[in-house]
Design a protein around this ligand. Structure first.
Ligand code: MG
Ligand code: ZN
Length: 227
């Protein structure tokens, strides 16, 4: 079949660090459970916000702060490899902000979140948004102990993101299709995109937003049970 592209995959047992990875994931799950209990004890609603670089995670969090700041005391942990650009933006919105720089890691893990939780007064917080590192692959495997997980995708990513990265969508409680004001320009059919997501993750709430016009921001808050 000359038209088919040859695909290379590792044989069983060929990936030599697989056991190490299993231990790592198990340790992460244990710490995530501890984080969850700590957050529940302080009645904090925590949201893990995942998505690619440029999908609009920071802007969505800014908009949610704007909408919810009179109702809740909000804190934000910003995960980033090295910069503090996003955290500075959030801080201007008046939320308590903590930056988590992961160094070389391309995702947040429960241990980093535990560290950040130890740095803030949990009695002064009602809602915690955790902006994960811009990445659609490994954050899926590293729960942080939040009670909901959001995936933000932008129509500028084109129509294939859910098909290429199904695992993160399976983990999501809420999927936000962002920048729908650009859908026509990008030639992306938002309803078809929604149908693809629903097929991969039937239980996830799918919300369409434009952070430019504020369309749908209240629906995201509702889907998270915050409104
Ligand atoms: Mg960001
Ligand atoms: Zn990673």
């Amino acid at each position: 079949m000359p038209d088919e592209v040859e695909v290379i995959v590792p044989d069983k047992g060929e990936v030599f660090d697989i056991e190490l990875e299993e231990d790592l994931l198990e340790a992460n799950r244990r710490i995530a459970e501890e984080n969850k209990q700590l957050l529940e004890k302080h009645r904090i609603r925590a949201v893990d916000v995942m998505g690619s670089v440029g999908s609009g995670k920071t802007t969505l969090i800014e908009k949610l702060i704007e909408l919810l700041k009179d109702k809740y005391r909000i804190a934000v942990f910003g995960g980033d490899v090295t910069t503090t650009i996003d955290a500075e933006r959030i801080k201007k919105r008046g939320a308590k902000t903590l930056q988590i720089n992961t160094g070389k890691e391309c995702h947040l893990d429960a241990n980093l979140v535990r560290k950040a939780l130890s740095k803030i007064d949990l009695n002064e917080i009602d809602v915690l948004f955790i902006e994960n590192v811009g990445n659609l692959i490994c954050p899926a495997e590293f729960p942080l102990g939040t009670d909901s997980r959001v995936v933000v995708i932008s129509v500028t990513e084109g129509p294939y993101t859910p098909l290429k990265h199904p695992y993160i969508f399976m983990e999501a409680d809420v999927v936000v299709i962002n920048k729908i004001d650009l859908a026509d320009a990008m030639n992306v059919n938002v309803d078809e995109l929604e149908a693809k997501i629903k097929k991969i993750s039937p239980s996830a709430a799918v919300v369409k937003t434009s952070c430019k016009t504020d369309y749908g921001i209240d629906m995201v808050a509702k889907a998270l049970g915050l409104l």
